[in-house]
Design a binder for this molecule. Structure first.
Ligand SMILES: Cc1ncc(COP(=O)(O)O)c(C=O)c1O
Length: 470
Protein backbone atom coordinates (compact mmCIF):
# COMPACT_ATOMS: atom_id res chain seq x y z
CA UNK A 1 0.00 0.00 0.00
CA UNK A 2 1.19 3.58 -0.67
CA UNK A 3 3.09 4.87 2.34
CA UNK A 4 1.58 8.33 2.52
CA UNK A 5 0.11 9.06 5.91
CA UNK A 6 -3.52 10.08 5.77
CA UNK A 7 -4.54 13.69 6.04
CA UNK A 8 -5.05 13.47 9.76
CA UNK A 9 -1.98 11.31 10.28
CA UNK A 10 -3.97 8.15 10.87
CA UNK A 11 -3.90 5.06 8.71
CA UNK A 12 -6.96 4.06 6.76
CA UNK A 13 -8.23 1.41 9.14
CA UNK A 14 -8.30 3.79 12.09
CA UNK A 15 -10.78 6.29 10.75
CA UNK A 16 -13.90 4.65 12.13
CA UNK A 17 -14.71 2.01 9.51
CA UNK A 18 -12.41 -0.66 8.11
CA UNK A 19 -11.36 -1.19 4.55
CA UNK A 20 -13.31 -3.87 2.75
CA UNK A 21 -11.66 -6.39 0.46
CA UNK A 22 -12.79 -4.20 -2.42
CA UNK A 23 -11.10 -1.15 -0.90
CA UNK A 24 -7.85 -3.07 -0.43
CA UNK A 25 -7.92 -4.34 -4.01
CA UNK A 26 -8.48 -0.81 -5.28
CA UNK A 27 -5.50 0.45 -3.27
CA UNK A 28 -3.33 -2.36 -4.65
CA UNK A 29 -4.42 -1.53 -8.21
CA UNK A 30 -3.54 2.11 -7.60
CA UNK A 31 -0.03 1.24 -6.45
CA UNK A 32 0.47 -0.95 -9.50
CA UNK A 33 -0.79 1.79 -11.81
CA UNK A 34 1.58 4.39 -10.34
CA UNK A 35 4.51 2.07 -10.87
CA UNK A 36 3.40 1.14 -14.38
CA UNK A 37 2.87 4.81 -15.30
CA UNK A 38 6.54 5.41 -14.55
CA UNK A 39 7.74 2.20 -16.20
CA UNK A 40 5.69 2.79 -19.35
CA UNK A 41 6.75 6.42 -19.62
CA UNK A 42 3.34 8.03 -19.05
CA UNK A 43 5.11 9.97 -16.36
CA UNK A 44 8.66 11.15 -16.84
CA UNK A 45 10.88 14.20 -17.11
CA UNK A 46 9.04 15.40 -20.25
CA UNK A 47 5.54 14.60 -19.01
CA UNK A 48 5.64 15.33 -15.30
CA UNK A 49 1.89 15.13 -14.62
CA UNK A 50 -0.90 12.72 -15.57
CA UNK A 51 -4.35 11.65 -14.41
CA UNK A 52 -5.09 7.93 -14.02
CA UNK A 53 -8.55 6.35 -13.95
CA UNK A 54 -9.27 2.89 -12.58
CA UNK A 55 -11.73 1.35 -15.04
CA UNK A 56 -12.64 -1.58 -12.83
CA UNK A 57 -13.22 0.70 -9.85
CA UNK A 58 -15.60 2.88 -11.86
CA UNK A 59 -17.55 -0.20 -12.97
CA UNK A 60 -17.71 -1.43 -9.37
CA UNK A 61 -19.09 1.87 -8.10
CA UNK A 62 -21.74 1.90 -10.83
CA UNK A 63 -22.69 -1.67 -9.93
CA UNK A 64 -22.87 -0.82 -6.22
CA UNK A 65 -25.19 2.10 -6.95
CA UNK A 66 -27.48 -0.02 -9.11
CA UNK A 67 -27.57 -2.87 -6.61
CA UNK A 68 -28.36 -0.62 -3.63
CA UNK A 69 -31.48 0.77 -5.31
CA UNK A 70 -32.51 -2.49 -7.01
CA UNK A 71 -32.67 -4.18 -3.63
CA UNK A 72 -34.89 -1.46 -2.20
CA UNK A 73 -37.44 -0.62 -4.89
CA UNK A 74 -40.70 -2.41 -5.54
CA UNK A 75 -40.46 -4.64 -8.62
CA UNK A 76 -41.07 -2.74 -11.83
CA UNK A 77 -40.20 0.70 -10.43
CA UNK A 78 -38.39 2.73 -13.08
CA UNK A 79 -35.03 3.93 -11.75
CA UNK A 80 -32.61 6.10 -13.71
CA UNK A 81 -29.16 6.80 -12.30
CA UNK A 82 -28.01 9.86 -14.22
CA UNK A 83 -24.31 10.52 -13.72
CA UNK A 84 -23.64 14.20 -12.93
CA UNK A 85 -21.38 14.94 -15.89
CA UNK A 86 -19.91 17.99 -14.14
CA UNK A 87 -18.05 15.61 -11.81
CA UNK A 88 -15.94 14.08 -14.61
CA UNK A 89 -16.67 15.68 -17.95
CA UNK A 90 -14.81 13.16 -20.09
CA UNK A 91 -16.59 11.46 -22.97
CA UNK A 92 -15.06 7.98 -22.43
CA UNK A 93 -16.06 8.09 -18.75
CA UNK A 94 -19.64 9.00 -19.59
CA UNK A 95 -19.73 6.21 -22.19
CA UNK A 96 -18.32 3.68 -19.71
CA UNK A 97 -21.05 4.60 -17.26
CA UNK A 98 -23.66 4.42 -20.03
CA UNK A 99 -22.46 0.89 -20.74
CA UNK A 100 -23.03 0.22 -17.04
CA UNK A 101 -26.65 1.30 -17.49
CA UNK A 102 -26.38 4.86 -16.24
CA UNK A 103 -27.62 8.06 -17.86
CA UNK A 104 -26.34 11.62 -17.69
CA UNK A 105 -27.33 14.70 -15.73
CA UNK A 106 -26.12 17.75 -17.65
CA UNK A 107 -26.09 21.39 -16.65
CA UNK A 108 -24.71 23.29 -19.63
CA UNK A 109 -24.62 23.06 -23.44
CA UNK A 110 -21.09 21.69 -23.15
CA UNK A 111 -22.13 18.90 -20.80
CA UNK A 112 -25.07 18.03 -23.04
CA UNK A 113 -22.71 17.85 -26.01
CA UNK A 114 -20.40 15.52 -24.05
CA UNK A 115 -23.28 13.25 -23.08
CA UNK A 116 -24.46 13.10 -26.69
CA UNK A 117 -20.92 12.39 -27.91
CA UNK A 118 -20.80 9.56 -25.38
CA UNK A 119 -23.98 8.14 -26.87
CA UNK A 120 -26.28 8.66 -23.91
CA UNK A 121 -29.81 8.51 -25.35
CA UNK A 122 -32.25 11.40 -24.70
CA UNK A 123 -34.46 9.25 -22.49
CA UNK A 124 -31.52 8.76 -20.13
CA UNK A 125 -30.50 12.44 -20.08
CA UNK A 126 -31.63 15.10 -17.59
CA UNK A 127 -31.03 18.82 -18.02
CA UNK A 128 -30.62 20.83 -14.81
CA UNK A 129 -28.94 24.23 -14.45
CA UNK A 130 -30.08 27.47 -12.91
CA UNK A 131 -29.48 29.52 -16.06
CA UNK A 132 -30.90 27.72 -19.08
CA UNK A 133 -31.39 29.96 -22.09
CA UNK A 134 -34.45 29.76 -24.34
CA UNK A 135 -32.29 28.11 -26.99
CA UNK A 136 -31.13 25.40 -24.55
CA UNK A 137 -34.70 24.73 -23.45
CA UNK A 138 -35.91 24.56 -27.03
CA UNK A 139 -33.18 22.07 -27.93
CA UNK A 140 -33.93 19.88 -24.91
CA UNK A 141 -37.65 19.84 -25.70
CA UNK A 142 -36.94 18.95 -29.32
CA UNK A 143 -34.61 16.14 -28.28
CA UNK A 144 -37.03 14.81 -25.67
CA UNK A 145 -34.56 15.29 -22.82
CA UNK A 146 -35.97 15.59 -19.31
CA UNK A 147 -35.79 19.14 -17.97
CA UNK A 148 -36.04 20.29 -14.38
CA UNK A 149 -37.15 23.91 -14.41
CA UNK A 150 -35.43 25.99 -11.76
CA UNK A 151 -37.81 28.88 -11.16
CA UNK A 152 -41.11 30.54 -12.15
CA UNK A 153 -39.54 32.48 -15.03
CA UNK A 154 -38.17 29.28 -16.52
CA UNK A 155 -41.58 27.64 -16.19
CA UNK A 156 -43.06 30.58 -18.10
CA UNK A 157 -40.51 29.97 -20.85
CA UNK A 158 -41.54 26.32 -20.98
CA UNK A 159 -45.20 27.40 -21.24
CA UNK A 160 -44.34 29.51 -24.28
CA UNK A 161 -42.16 26.89 -25.92
CA UNK A 162 -44.76 24.15 -25.46
CA UNK A 163 -47.39 26.42 -27.01
CA UNK A 164 -45.09 26.68 -30.06
CA UNK A 165 -44.38 22.96 -30.33
CA UNK A 166 -45.57 20.13 -28.10
CA UNK A 167 -42.89 17.85 -26.65
CA UNK A 168 -42.82 14.44 -25.04
CA UNK A 169 -39.93 15.43 -22.78
CA UNK A 170 -40.55 14.66 -19.11
CA UNK A 171 -40.66 17.99 -17.28
CA UNK A 172 -40.20 18.76 -13.63
CA UNK A 173 -39.62 21.55 -11.16
CA UNK A 174 -36.67 21.91 -8.80
CA UNK A 175 -37.47 22.93 -5.26
CA UNK A 176 -35.24 24.03 -2.43
CA UNK A 177 -36.56 22.53 0.80
CA UNK A 178 -34.50 25.10 2.77
CA UNK A 179 -33.51 22.59 5.41
CA UNK A 180 -30.05 24.04 6.02
CA UNK A 181 -26.49 23.46 4.93
CA UNK A 182 -23.67 21.06 5.62
CA UNK A 183 -20.03 21.58 6.51
CA UNK A 184 -19.12 23.32 3.23
CA UNK A 185 -21.13 26.47 2.62
CA UNK A 186 -20.32 26.60 -1.11
CA UNK A 187 -21.67 23.07 -1.59
CA UNK A 188 -24.89 23.54 0.37
CA UNK A 189 -27.85 23.98 -1.97
CA UNK A 190 -30.69 23.81 0.55
CA UNK A 191 -29.90 26.87 2.65
CA UNK A 192 -32.51 29.59 3.07
CA UNK A 193 -30.94 31.76 0.37
CA UNK A 194 -29.53 29.15 -2.04
CA UNK A 195 -29.73 30.16 -5.69
CA UNK A 196 -31.25 26.85 -6.79
CA UNK A 197 -34.88 25.91 -7.24
CA UNK A 198 -38.06 27.41 -5.81
CA UNK A 199 -37.46 28.25 -2.14
CA UNK A 200 -40.28 26.22 -0.61
CA UNK A 201 -40.50 27.89 2.79
CA UNK A 202 -40.63 31.44 1.49
CA UNK A 203 -44.00 33.06 2.06
CA UNK A 204 -46.57 31.77 -0.39
CA UNK A 205 -44.06 29.61 -2.26
CA UNK A 206 -45.48 26.20 -1.40
CA UNK A 207 -48.98 27.16 -2.51
CA UNK A 208 -47.49 28.67 -5.67
CA UNK A 209 -45.73 25.39 -6.44
CA UNK A 210 -48.89 23.36 -5.91
CA UNK A 211 -50.81 25.70 -8.23
CA UNK A 212 -48.03 25.58 -10.81
CA UNK A 213 -48.53 21.82 -11.00
CA UNK A 214 -52.31 21.94 -10.98
CA UNK A 215 -52.22 24.43 -13.86
CA UNK A 216 -49.77 22.34 -15.89
CA UNK A 217 -50.77 18.71 -16.33
CA UNK A 218 -47.52 18.12 -18.23
CA UNK A 219 -45.42 18.91 -15.17
CA UNK A 220 -44.80 15.43 -13.80
CA UNK A 221 -41.57 15.49 -11.84
CA UNK A 222 -40.26 17.03 -8.67
CA UNK A 223 -36.53 17.56 -8.17
CA UNK A 224 -34.35 18.44 -5.18
CA UNK A 225 -30.58 18.22 -4.72
CA UNK A 226 -29.65 19.11 -1.18
CA UNK A 227 -25.92 19.52 -1.61
CA UNK A 228 -22.66 18.09 -2.80
CA UNK A 229 -20.06 16.92 -0.23
CA UNK A 230 -20.29 17.92 3.40
CA UNK A 231 -23.99 17.11 3.77
CA UNK A 232 -24.61 14.38 6.37
CA UNK A 233 -26.84 11.49 5.27
CA UNK A 234 -29.74 12.39 7.59
CA UNK A 235 -29.88 15.90 6.10
CA UNK A 236 -29.75 14.51 2.55
CA UNK A 237 -32.60 12.18 3.48
CA UNK A 238 -34.59 15.06 4.97
CA UNK A 239 -34.34 16.90 1.68
CA UNK A 240 -35.77 13.86 -0.06
CA UNK A 241 -38.48 13.46 2.60
CA UNK A 242 -39.63 17.05 2.12
CA UNK A 243 -39.76 16.56 -1.63
CA UNK A 244 -41.73 13.33 -1.25
CA UNK A 245 -44.22 15.01 1.10
CA UNK A 246 -44.75 17.83 -1.37
CA UNK A 247 -45.32 15.36 -4.22
CA UNK A 248 -47.93 13.56 -2.10
CA UNK A 249 -49.65 16.87 -1.35
CA UNK A 250 -49.71 17.88 -5.02
CA UNK A 251 -51.03 14.52 -6.13
CA UNK A 252 -53.73 14.59 -3.44
CA UNK A 253 -54.80 18.08 -4.54
CA UNK A 254 -54.75 16.99 -8.19
CA UNK A 255 -56.79 13.92 -7.36
CA UNK A 256 -54.46 11.76 -9.47
CA UNK A 257 -50.83 10.77 -9.66
CA UNK A 258 -49.72 13.76 -11.68
CA UNK A 259 -46.20 13.59 -10.26
CA UNK A 260 -44.90 10.23 -11.35
CA UNK A 261 -41.16 10.65 -10.80
CA UNK A 262 -38.99 12.02 -8.01
CA UNK A 263 -35.47 13.19 -8.83
CA UNK A 264 -33.53 13.02 -5.58
CA UNK A 265 -30.27 14.53 -6.89
CA UNK A 266 -26.80 13.34 -5.90
CA UNK A 267 -24.59 14.49 -3.07
CA UNK A 268 -23.40 11.27 -1.39
CA UNK A 269 -20.22 12.45 0.35
CA UNK A 270 -16.81 10.88 -0.22
CA UNK A 271 -14.37 10.10 2.58
CA UNK A 272 -11.20 11.94 1.55
CA UNK A 273 -9.41 11.07 4.80
CA UNK A 274 -8.66 7.43 4.02
CA UNK A 275 -9.27 4.59 1.57
CA UNK A 276 -12.33 3.36 3.42
CA UNK A 277 -15.47 3.73 1.30
CA UNK A 278 -17.90 5.39 3.67
CA UNK A 279 -20.74 6.11 3.46
CA UNK A 280 -21.82 3.51 0.91
CA UNK A 281 -24.81 3.63 -1.42
CA UNK A 282 -26.30 0.82 0.63
CA UNK A 283 -26.08 2.94 3.79
CA UNK A 284 -27.71 5.89 2.07
CA UNK A 285 -30.56 3.70 0.83
CA UNK A 286 -31.08 2.38 4.37
CA UNK A 287 -31.25 5.93 5.74
CA UNK A 288 -33.68 6.89 2.97
CA UNK A 289 -35.88 3.88 3.71
CA UNK A 290 -36.20 4.94 7.32
CA UNK A 291 -36.72 8.63 6.62
CA UNK A 292 -39.01 8.23 3.59
CA UNK A 293 -40.66 4.80 3.77
CA UNK A 294 -42.94 5.50 0.78
CA UNK A 295 -40.11 6.43 -1.55
CA UNK A 296 -39.36 2.91 -2.74
CA UNK A 297 -42.95 1.63 -2.78
CA UNK A 298 -43.40 1.92 -6.52
CA UNK A 299 -45.71 4.95 -6.58
CA UNK A 300 -42.90 7.05 -8.03
CA UNK A 301 -40.19 6.37 -10.53
CA UNK A 302 -36.81 7.51 -9.23
CA UNK A 303 -33.97 9.52 -10.72
CA UNK A 304 -30.61 9.96 -8.99
CA UNK A 305 -27.77 12.29 -10.00
CA UNK A 306 -24.61 11.10 -8.27
CA UNK A 307 -21.24 12.42 -9.39
CA UNK A 308 -18.46 12.52 -6.82
CA UNK A 309 -19.32 9.21 -5.14
CA UNK A 310 -19.13 7.40 -8.49
CA UNK A 311 -15.79 8.77 -9.68
CA UNK A 312 -13.69 10.47 -6.99
CA UNK A 313 -12.11 7.28 -5.69
CA UNK A 314 -11.10 6.04 -9.07
CA UNK A 315 -8.91 8.92 -10.16
CA UNK A 316 -5.30 9.45 -9.11
CA UNK A 317 -3.05 12.31 -10.11
CA UNK A 318 0.59 11.38 -10.51
CA UNK A 319 3.24 14.08 -10.57
CA UNK A 320 7.01 14.24 -10.50
CA UNK A 321 8.90 16.12 -7.84
CA UNK A 322 10.82 18.62 -9.96
CA UNK A 323 12.80 20.07 -7.06
CA UNK A 324 13.14 19.36 -3.37
CA UNK A 325 14.26 22.34 -1.34
CA UNK A 326 14.09 23.84 2.08
CA UNK A 327 12.91 27.26 3.27
CA UNK A 328 12.94 28.54 6.84
CA UNK A 329 13.61 25.04 8.08
CA UNK A 330 10.62 23.60 6.15
CA UNK A 331 11.10 21.00 3.43
CA UNK A 332 9.28 21.88 0.23
CA UNK A 333 8.68 19.44 -2.62
CA UNK A 334 7.91 21.38 -5.79
CA UNK A 335 5.73 19.14 -7.95
CA UNK A 336 3.66 19.60 -11.11
CA UNK A 337 0.30 19.07 -9.42
CA UNK A 338 -1.13 22.30 -8.12
CA UNK A 339 -3.92 24.76 -8.60
CA UNK A 340 -4.50 23.83 -12.25
CA UNK A 341 -5.66 20.32 -11.29
CA UNK A 342 -6.63 20.69 -7.63
CA UNK A 343 -8.25 24.11 -7.68
CA UNK A 344 -10.62 23.68 -4.77
CA UNK A 345 -7.94 22.24 -2.52
CA UNK A 346 -5.48 25.03 -3.22
CA UNK A 347 -8.01 27.84 -2.75
CA UNK A 348 -10.00 26.26 0.09
CA UNK A 349 -7.65 23.76 1.78
CA UNK A 350 -9.73 23.44 4.95
CA UNK A 351 -12.82 22.36 3.04
CA UNK A 352 -11.06 20.15 0.48
CA UNK A 353 -8.08 18.35 2.03
CA UNK A 354 -6.46 15.74 -0.19
CA UNK A 355 -4.08 12.96 0.74
CA UNK A 356 -0.64 12.82 -0.83
CA UNK A 357 1.14 9.49 -1.26
CA UNK A 358 4.91 9.30 -1.66
CA UNK A 359 6.63 7.06 -4.24
CA UNK A 360 10.25 6.92 -5.34
CA UNK A 361 11.52 7.71 -8.83
CA UNK A 362 10.65 4.19 -9.98
CA UNK A 363 7.10 4.48 -8.72
CA UNK A 364 7.59 2.25 -5.66
CA UNK A 365 5.91 3.26 -2.39
CA UNK A 366 8.43 5.27 -0.39
CA UNK A 367 9.48 4.02 3.00
CA UNK A 368 11.13 5.93 5.76
CA UNK A 369 10.28 8.06 8.78
CA UNK A 370 7.77 10.78 8.01
CA UNK A 371 8.81 14.42 8.23
CA UNK A 372 6.68 17.52 7.84
CA UNK A 373 6.91 19.04 4.38
CA UNK A 374 4.99 21.22 2.00
CA UNK A 375 3.87 19.66 -1.26
CA UNK A 376 3.74 22.53 -3.71
CA UNK A 377 2.37 22.93 -7.22
CA UNK A 378 3.99 24.65 -10.21
CA UNK A 379 1.96 27.88 -10.23
CA UNK A 380 3.51 31.24 -9.45
CA UNK A 381 1.78 32.16 -6.24
CA UNK A 382 2.77 31.22 -2.73
CA UNK A 383 -0.49 29.53 -1.87
CA UNK A 384 -0.18 26.93 -4.62
CA UNK A 385 0.18 24.08 -2.14
CA UNK A 386 -1.46 20.67 -2.26
CA UNK A 387 -0.54 20.12 1.36
CA UNK A 388 1.22 22.19 4.01
CA UNK A 389 3.33 20.66 6.76
CA UNK A 390 2.26 17.15 5.72
CA UNK A 391 4.04 14.22 7.40
CA UNK A 392 5.52 12.12 4.59
CA UNK A 393 8.71 10.20 3.90
CA UNK A 394 11.17 12.87 2.72
CA UNK A 395 10.50 13.64 -0.93
CA UNK A 396 13.53 13.96 -3.20
CA UNK A 397 14.04 15.33 -6.66
CA UNK A 398 12.69 12.86 -9.23
CA UNK A 399 10.33 11.15 -6.77
CA UNK A 400 6.67 10.74 -7.62
CA UNK A 401 3.69 11.91 -5.63
CA UNK A 402 0.25 10.44 -6.14
CA UNK A 403 -2.87 12.33 -5.17
CA UNK A 404 -5.71 9.84 -4.77
CA UNK A 405 -9.45 10.55 -4.82
CA UNK A 406 -9.11 13.08 -7.63
CA UNK A 407 -11.36 11.37 -10.17
CA UNK A 408 -14.21 13.86 -9.70
CA UNK A 409 -14.04 17.66 -9.71
CA UNK A 410 -10.22 17.66 -9.91
CA UNK A 411 -8.03 16.85 -12.91
CA UNK A 412 -10.95 16.67 -15.31
CA UNK A 413 -11.75 20.32 -14.46
CA UNK A 414 -8.63 22.12 -15.52
CA UNK A 415 -8.06 25.68 -14.35
CA UNK A 416 -5.90 27.67 -16.74
CA UNK A 417 -3.68 29.56 -14.29
CA UNK A 418 -0.18 30.35 -15.63
CA UNK A 419 -1.28 28.84 -18.97
CA UNK A 420 -0.43 25.44 -17.55
CA UNK A 421 -1.45 22.72 -20.01
CA UNK A 422 -4.11 20.13 -19.28
CA UNK A 423 -2.48 16.82 -18.36
CA UNK A 424 -3.22 13.63 -20.24
CA UNK A 425 -5.75 11.30 -18.65
CA UNK A 426 -5.36 7.53 -18.96
CA UNK A 427 -7.65 4.70 -18.00
CA UNK A 428 -5.99 1.59 -16.64
CA UNK A 429 -6.85 -2.07 -16.29
CA UNK A 430 -4.74 -4.72 -14.61
CA UNK A 431 -4.00 -7.85 -16.64
CA UNK A 432 -2.18 -10.65 -14.86
CA UNK A 433 1.02 -9.04 -13.65
CA UNK A 434 0.72 -6.14 -16.04
CA UNK A 435 -1.15 -2.86 -16.27
CA UNK A 436 -2.60 -1.65 -19.56
CA UNK A 437 -3.29 2.04 -20.14
CA UNK A 438 -5.63 3.60 -22.67
CA UNK A 439 -5.80 7.28 -23.56
CA UNK A 440 -8.91 9.02 -22.27
CA UNK A 441 -7.70 12.54 -23.03
CA UNK A 442 -4.40 13.58 -24.57
CA UNK A 443 -2.14 16.06 -22.84
CA UNK A 444 -2.79 19.54 -24.17
CA UNK A 445 -0.13 20.83 -26.57
CA UNK A 446 1.13 24.38 -25.94
CA UNK A 447 0.01 25.32 -29.45
CA UNK A 448 -3.55 24.88 -28.22
CA UNK A 449 -2.87 27.21 -25.30
CA UNK A 450 -1.76 29.85 -27.83
CA UNK A 451 -4.83 29.26 -29.99
CA UNK A 452 -7.19 29.51 -27.00
CA UNK A 453 -5.37 32.68 -25.96
CA UNK A 454 -6.28 34.53 -29.16
CA UNK A 455 -3.27 33.42 -31.16
CA UNK A 456 -5.22 33.86 -34.39
CA UNK A 457 -5.94 37.48 -33.48
CA UNK A 458 -2.46 38.55 -32.44
CA UNK A 459 -2.83 41.88 -34.26
CA UNK A 460 -6.33 42.62 -33.02
CA UNK A 461 -5.40 45.34 -30.55
CA UNK A 462 -2.34 46.91 -32.14
CA UNK A 463 -2.00 49.43 -34.94
CA UNK A 464 -2.50 46.83 -37.64
CA UNK A 465 -5.81 45.62 -36.25
CA UNK A 466 -7.57 48.33 -34.24
CA UNK A 467 -7.26 51.82 -35.73
CA UNK A 468 -9.47 53.97 -33.53
CA UNK A 469 -8.83 57.52 -32.34
CA UNK A 470 -5.30 57.71 -31.00
C1 LIG B 1 -28.30 19.33 -9.62
C2 LIG B 1 -27.13 18.52 -9.24
N1 LIG B 1 -27.24 17.18 -9.28
C3 LIG B 1 -26.18 16.39 -8.97
C4 LIG B 1 -24.96 16.92 -8.58
C5 LIG B 1 -23.84 15.97 -8.25
O1 LIG B 1 -23.48 16.02 -6.92
P1 LIG B 1 -22.41 14.99 -6.35
O2 LIG B 1 -21.24 15.03 -7.27
O3 LIG B 1 -22.07 15.52 -5.00
O4 LIG B 1 -23.04 13.65 -6.29
C6 LIG B 1 -24.82 18.30 -8.50
C7 LIG B 1 -23.54 18.87 -8.06
O5 LIG B 1 -23.32 20.02 -7.91
C8 LIG B 1 -25.93 19.12 -8.85
O6 LIG B 1 -25.82 20.44 -8.81
Amino acid sequence: MGMGADIDGTEAGMSGADMTGGDAERVARRDRAVRAAVEQGLLGPGTPLAGLLDVRGIRESAAALRAAFEEAVAPGTPVLHAFAVKATPLVPVVRLLAEEGLGAEVASPGELALARAAGVPPERTILDSPAKTVAELREALALGIAVNADNPQELARLDALLAEAPSGAPLGLRVNPQIGGGSIEAMSTATATSKFGVALRDEGAREWVVRAFLDRPWLTRLHAHTGSQGIPLPLLARGVAETYALAEEINARAGRRQIDTLDIGGGLPVNFASDVTTPTYGEYVRVLREAVPGLFGGAYGLVTEFGRSLLARHGTLVARVEYAKSAGGRRVAVTHAGVQVATRTVYAPEAWPLRVLAYDAKGRPKEGPAVAQDVAGPACFAGDLLAAGRELPPLEQGDVVAVPDTGAYYFAQHYGYNSLTRPGVFGFVTEGDGVRFVTVREAQPVEEIVREAGGAYADALTAAGARGDR
